[in-house]
Design a protein around this ligand. Structure first.
Ligand SMILES: [Zn+2]
Ligand SMILES: [Zn+2]
Length: 387
């Protein structure tokens, strides 16, 4: 089968790899209909992780079930499913508590927790930017979709990662109706955090970024766009909140935070968010930070150390939540919002491409080319055709 293969820093190919197949009775085999390129794919694409060459990308996957193992009870051939990017078992100590983002069964390293498709340090699992995907513990990991699966495909595929991840940022920040919320980072996850805050009834949502295409999308859902290449974003948030700071903040940038000139500072958004959120406010950090970053700008960054203003945050009595999203905690409810027509996260999609469009798509997305806000790969689309 064809898949998107990592060849080395800033190099992918679309190549033949061994077919995905049922390996255990609890597996489900899915023919991929839609699979997104994610900002966290770019960390690996840029060679900033120890992702092995020859492995396949793709953790935001949706498709049609073509085969089920003998131990699968609920999922049926012909059904359409969307897969949380977290691969989890459902029965380990963390999964039992709903923390499927830190599954202990699907991560083979006993010193680590959590697994994902096609992801550095998240287990050996193949990615879904491919024609087919093996889904372990299929009954547990497949979220079944209704008859509108194809019609609303671009909405439902966002349930694999970015919609629940954005929602999780607002959960960790503690967003409730009437809150003012500042989102740092207007990429797909930041836009989903803004969207989630809006769905939850936030009174004021502010999105800080510097890319015109992203800020325009933020404004389309009623958020206030703050361009940090033009104004001091902390001052802009204070000006919007009577000098008090926002009730809640969501960090959706991560360790590759940089100023508009491109100088990296992994503490940049953390410090800005701590300064932008009021005393006793809440902060949810879903931007990726790593325990080691060999390509980081200085020795501290290379060791995964981020010198952020903990003293100020402590002084303000802020609550900070961190880590990857437990997608299964939210995906069913968010699916039902989509099914009911009350959420349409596909508004951020800029490109639908066949699998062989991945080579160009990775390059354009990595370059932050204007207008490339979210790319969906559709393996059934004829090669060379853009939609
Ligand atoms: Zn993702
Ligand atoms: Zn587990």
């Amino acid at each position: 089968m064809k898949a998107v293969v990592y060849e080395g820093p800033r190099q992918v190919s679309v190549n033949d790899v061994p077919d995905a197949r049922i390996e255990r009775p609890t597996d489900v085999l899915v023919r991929i209909t839609a699979t997104n390129i994610c900002g966290s794919d770019l960390h690996m694409y840029e060679g900033r992780t120890d992702f092995e060459t020859g492995r396949t990308f793709g953790h935001e996957n949706m498709g049609e079930v073509v085969e089920v193992g003998s131990g699968v009870d609920k999922v049926e051939v012909g059904g359409h499913v969307v897969l949380p990017f977290n691969i989890s078992c459902g029965f380990c100590k963390n999964c039992e508590r709903g923390l499927t983002n830190y599954c202990l069964t699907t991560q083979p390293d006993p010193a680590a927790a959590g697994a994902a498709y096609g992801f550095a340090a998240m287990g050996p699992w193949a990615g879904g930017q491919a024609e087919y995907l093996r889904v372990p513990y299929g009954d547990h990991n497949c979220l079944r979709l209704g008859e509108d699966a194809a019609e609303k495909e671009n909405d439902y595929v966002m349930l694999a990662d970015i919609f629940p991840t954005g929602y999780h940022a607002t959960e960790m920040a503690g967003v409730v109706p009437g809150d003012s919320v500042v989102i740092y980072g207007g990429g797909p996850v930041g836009l989903m955090a803004a969207y989630s805050a809006t769905i939850k009834g936030a009174a004021k949502v502010m999105v800080v970024d510097r890319h015109a295409d992203r800020l325009k999308l933020a404004e389309q859902i009623g958020a206030i766009a703050i361009d940090d290449s033009k104004v001091d974003p902390v001052q802009a948030v204070l000006d919007q909140t009577m000098g008090l700071g926002a009730d809640r903040g969501c960090e959706c940038v991560g360790y590759q935070a940089h100023d508009p000139q491109g100088t990296e500072d992994p503490a940049l958004t953390m410090n800005r968010i701590i300064a932008s959120v009021r005393f006793t406010g809440g902060i949810g950090v879903v931007g990726v930070f790593l325990p080691a970053d060999p390509g980081g700008p200085d020795e501290m960054a290379q060791q995964g150390k981020v010198p952020f203003d903990f003293g100020l945050s402590w002084f303000k009595g802020q609550t900070i939540g961190t880590g990857q999203a437990p997608v299964k905690k939210y995906n069913r409810r968010l699916r039902d919002l989509i099914a009911a027509g009350k959420a349409t996260p596909s508004w951020i999609v800029s490109h639908e491409l066949p699998l062989d469009g991945a080579v160009e798509a990775y390059q354009q997305f990595d370059d932050r080319t204007d207008g490339w806000t979210k790319v969906i790969l559709k393996p059934a689309m004829p090669a060379g055709k853009a939609g």
